[in-house]
Design a binder for this molecule. Structure first.
Ligand code: NAP
Length: 209
């Protein structure tokens, strides 16, 4: 698949490397950091709008505060799938900037013209970059997919599998209102005190065990 990535920081560059190693073609949109990330994964780099034009799927991996600016520069999406990795973290990472009656996912969808948005917050960048997304008991972390279109969700689901995570359909885009606080909990547990290498996993009893 051709994957455009807007945002080449910790997460965007880790996703680029992992997806490139699974045979996907990558183009980063952005400035100097995009050039470095593209070089590391053997991909291309351009402006945000170039990454949109390149991608079958476009990944948005910028801080919540940068969403408006990044999407304004991205231009119209022409019905492309936009995988939003954005959580609504405040700049100091101490809490969520929006919640209860909206979400980062819905903010992205309101700004991304002509995009089919699927919100799916990946595991921590350092875990993705390590190339080994297995935790104790051999379990991969769950990535919850929120979106209103089945085909778009399936495209993102297949990329989530390719990074080595466990995709779970969490429902419509507005279900991100529930997912984002859970991911905030994870950030809080990982970084308050001694850093911990942790992920979230949905457990289920189907009666088949
Ligand atoms: N890091 C994680 O483990 C993780 C896990 C799950 C979800 N997330 C989510 O992923 C998003 C990114 O997190 P991060 O940790 O990767 O942040 P980060 O390391 O601070 O990187 C942010 C990137 O966004 C770029 N950027 C900012 N404004 C831009 C614009 N207008 N156009 C294009 N690129 C722009 C920055 O480029 P410059 O350096 O050139 O400014 C930088 O490369 C956040 O919403 C976060 O909640 C992160």
């Amino acid at each position: 698949m051709r994957v455009g990535i807007i945002g080449a920081g910790s997460l965007g560059s880790a996703l680029g490397q992992r997806l490139a190693s699974n045979g996907h073609e990558i183009m980063f949109g952005g400035g100097e950091s995009a050039q470095d990330a593209a070089t590391r994964c053997g991909g291309k780099m351009g402006a945000n709008a170039d990454a949109v034009a390149f991608g079958d799927v476009v990944i948005l991996a910028v801080p919540f505060a940068a969403v408006d600016c990044a999407l304004a520069a991205a231009g119209p999406f022409g019905n492309r799938v936009l995988w939003s990795c954005v959580n609504a973290l405040t700049p100091d990472l101490s809490g969520l900037a929006v919640g209860f009656d909206t979400s980062a996912a819905e903010t992205v969808a309101a700004r991304a013209r002509g995009a089919r948005v699927v919100a799916a917050i990946p595991p921590f960048a350092n875990a993705i970059a390590s190339g080994m997304l297995r935790y104790d008991a051999g379990l991969e972390p769950t990535v919850f997919l929120c979106g209103d279109g089945g085909e778009a969700k399936r495209a993102v689901e297949s990329l989530v599998r390719d990074i080595g995570a466990h995709p779970v359909d969490a429902g419509t885009l507005s279900a991100a209102r529930f997912v984002e606080p859970a991911m905030m909990l994870l950030v809080s547990l990982a970084y308050s005190g001694v850093p911990r290498d942790i992920g979230l996993r949905l457990l289920e009893r189907t009666g088949n065990a």
